[in-house]
Design a protein around this ligand. Structure first.
Ligand code: SAM
Length: 227
């Protein structure tokens, strides 16, 4: 087994084992798993294997997207934390000097997020709120370097833009996971992606990249943009 840093993403690692390669992050909460992921120990450190079929962020990295705005020491606003599969890897990446503010609307899901993730990770700040009302939590969060949005709602792009208006620093980055079927199941995914992209450019975002997440996710794309 061998490990090397990811060539673009600081805080992400590539593990080689038996001719296969895996993405991994260094576990900020040693001994604790979040979603049944494999833990491997190498050179005195503990790493969590990152499953691209469970995490759109891992899928986007494997599809060659540059997600390096997410890096050690930064502040991230994460919309749609769910039970913390991806948010926990973001917590690993930003590390002890970074912060991740994780917004989730569903109470049962938030409870799981609390016990699986927030309870073990001092850099995670759970926010039990509707991401449609950023004015209710923006004072607690302040300004962030990156907004990551994966709420899978028809007004996903509007939710992301509104949160960026309140909390994203000038020059900061937005990563938006677009699930075409959640937005408009009657239109071809490609058309949906184009419409959502246009909403961002009309609000002054510069699109950096867009990647389809197939084969990890069907009819999903990740958009990266800066303001
Ligand atoms: N990002 C997660 C991951 O990769 O581990 C998966 C997120 S899942 C696709 C979408 C989540 O967004 C759900 O947990 C859902 O409850 C949450 N959600 C949906 N609408 C929301 C809203 N208006 N505000 C906050 N969370 C919302």
């Amino acid at each position: 087994m061998k490990i090397r840093p990811h060539p673009v993403m600081e805080g992400v690692f590539i593990i080689e084992r038996d001719g296969k390669t895996y993405l991994a992050t260094k576990n900020l909460a040693p001994g604790i798993k979040v979603y049944g992921e494999e833990i491997v120990k190498l050179k005195g450190e503990e790493y969590r294997i990152w499953d691209p079929f469970r995490s759109k962020l891992a899928a986007a990295i494997l599809k060659g997207m540059n997600m390096s705005l997410i890096r050690p020491g930064i502040k991230v606003l994460y919309l749609g934390a769910s039970t913390g599969t991806t948010a926990s890897h973001v917590s690993d990446i930003v590390g002890p000097n970074g912060k991740i503010f994780a917004v989730e609307i569903a109470s049962r899901v938030m409870r799981e997020f609390m016990s699986r993730v927030a309870a073990h990770r001092p850099n995670v700040y759970p926010l039990f709120f509707d991401a449609r009302t950023p004015e209710e939590y923006s004072d607690v969060v302040g300004k962030v370097d990156v907004v990551y949005c994966d709420v899978a709602q028809p007004d996903e792009t509007e939710i992301a833009i509104n949160n960026c208006d309140f909390m994203l620093k000038s020059g900061g980055g937005l990563y938006l996971a677009i699930k075409a079927r959640s937005i408009d199941a009657t239109k071809p995914p490609e058309e949906v992606f184009k419409i959502e992209r246009r909403k961002l450019t009309e609000k002054g975002f510069k699109i950096m990249d867009i990647r389809h997440l197939y084969p990890f996710d069907k009819d999903h794309a990740m958009v990266s943009a800066v303001i």
